[in-house]
Design a protein around this ligand. Structure first.
Ligand SMILES: [Zn+2]
Ligand SMILES: [Zn+2]
Length: 183
């Protein structure tokens, strides 16, 4: 959990800035990931704006060779956090009419965990590759060709193409016969 008490900053004047160094383990997509970086918190007229770049690694399965690998992610976070209570009086305050906006709880805790998860999901590749030139698995024996080549013969041509080439050949033959016949 990445929780920051911002009660002092909520009392500070608009524009006041606090830099927060972060090095926390966060559960991202079912695995513990160390998240590191610096977040700048700025008091605005209605919120605290959290902005910064965080680095983490998540464990992914390569879409070609199916091996697990550690994928580095960079999270460029920029989110506004709205207080739910007035810091001086403790009286609940109304939130802006923005669906899914982040909030600061009644104990003045700003929790970055959910934003970190959401940003990590945004930059997680849809088809992860353990490396750019991963050669994947042999379609015949299933061995990982990154580790060792196998002795399988080259993949046979797509049978649909050979059907087409037979047709083309037959047509050619037919037109040859036709021309012969007309002469
Ligand atoms: Zn791979
Ligand atoms: Zn093979």
């Amino acid at each position: 959990m990445v929780q920051i008490n911002v009660s002092q900053q909520l009392k500070a004047p608009i524009g006041s800035i606090r830099n927060y160094k972060l090095s926390e383990v966060v559960d991202i997509a079912g695995g513990d990931s160390l998240v590191q970086g610096e977040i700048r918190l700025m008091r605005t007229d209605r919120s605290i704006l959290a902005k910064g770049t965080l680095q983490t690694d998540i464990e992914l399965t390569c879409s070609r060779c199916l091996s697990l690998f550690s994928c580095p992610l960079t999270l460029n976070i920029e989110e506004e956090y709205f207080p739910t209570t007035d810091v001086a009086t403790g009286v609940p305050v109304s939130l802006p009419d923005e669906p899914g906006c982040f909030t600061i709880d009644e104990h003045n805790i700003l929790d970055l965990t959910e934003a970190i998860r959401q940003y990590a999901l945004l930059v997680t590749p849809m088809k992860p590759l353990c490396r750019e030139d991963c050669v994947g698995l042999c379609p015949t024996c299933g061995c990982n060709l990154n580790q060792a080549p196998c002795d399988c013969p080259p993949k046979p041509a797509d049978p649909r193409w050979s059907e087409i080439s037979k047709l083309v050949l037959a047509n050619n033959q037919a037109s040859v016969n036709e021309r012969k016949g007309t002469k």
